[in-house]
Design a protein around this ligand. Sequence first.
Ligand code: F6R
Length: 366
Amino acid sequence: EKGGYDHFMIKEIFEQSRSIGDSMRGRLRSEDAHLQLGGLNNYLDKLAEADRIIIVGCGTSWHAGLVAEYLFEELARVNVEVEYASEFRYRNPVISEKDIVIAISQSGETADTLAAIELAKSKGATIFGVCNVVGSSIARATHAGAYTHAGPEIGVASTKAFTAQVTVLTLIAIAMAKRKGTITEETYRQLLIELEHIPEKVAKVFENASKIKEIAFIFTYARNFIYLGRGLNFPVALEGALKLKEISYIHAEGYPAAEMKHGPIALIDEDMPVVFLATRDSSYEKIVSNIQEVKARKGRVIAIVTEGDKLIPGMVDFVIEVPQTHEMLTPLVSVIPLQLLSYYIAVMRGRNVDQPRNLAKSVTVE
Ligand code: F6R
């Protein structure tokens, strides 16, 4: 069952070089520019006409929604709002028949997400589900949807379900962009080709596992951690911090890197580990100056960088390389080292990584 691994979580982390491919299987073929999500076929016009998409979810699924916000806005030029299901359901949200709600849930049983769906439905919105568990309550409550096909996720900390959600949401964003004509044929083809390469790039990140383990060893007894990223890597920073909190019980915070100087920078001293998502993308120069700001205050920096980066290794304490990909697909590779880092730290602290205290795999009560 654990396939020779010590925990389900590490098995599921390593499965991602396969599961991401499973999320795309039969849906995407770059050689003839094919992209189709069966469950959404009848809704593509509706998607293309939507003025706004509201995404709801909790925890890691909410983080996948934040990634999707960048994807939908950038590629499909549609206004997106991402909401915690628990907040959305208790407001009096302005929703109409023109709205599309995308509910994201691994288990498909999260009580708050289900209630948010029922509320939006009662106001006439069209609801799509992005669920992992087939036949789950949320999958049944939605009008249409696309399963993530990550396979059963047993570890309480969500890993392969997150990358599967991001993969499926990327496919939806590209399909919508294509229908609306908001991306060029060239970008469309390039994204499909790059998506097909993601599984092997994720496998490449695994080659750094022993290095990540060494870094984990050094920071095993840290009391706090800060995770910083910009753009698409901002939700990845939130996800990295959540993974560390839930399984190692180390206090961790994720922030958009530019927000640091509005408060959190006061926390930086020689005892503060700061994980930077510093891949080579349109935020690179800005992230480099944020790293300098942290180093000037003696923070200990672990940077996730793009393979071959020559600048950042000379500035920081530790680097972990990830392969280059299309900027829009970065989270699928940059989140992997963060999952591994939290796993190894939690194991070294002797935590029950598959079943952390106080947590349940599906949160069926509000
Ligand atoms: C994080 C985690 C939780 C879930 C959240 C939503 O690792 O496991 O934050 O992501 O409870 O669960 P689903 O996706 O099942 O709705």
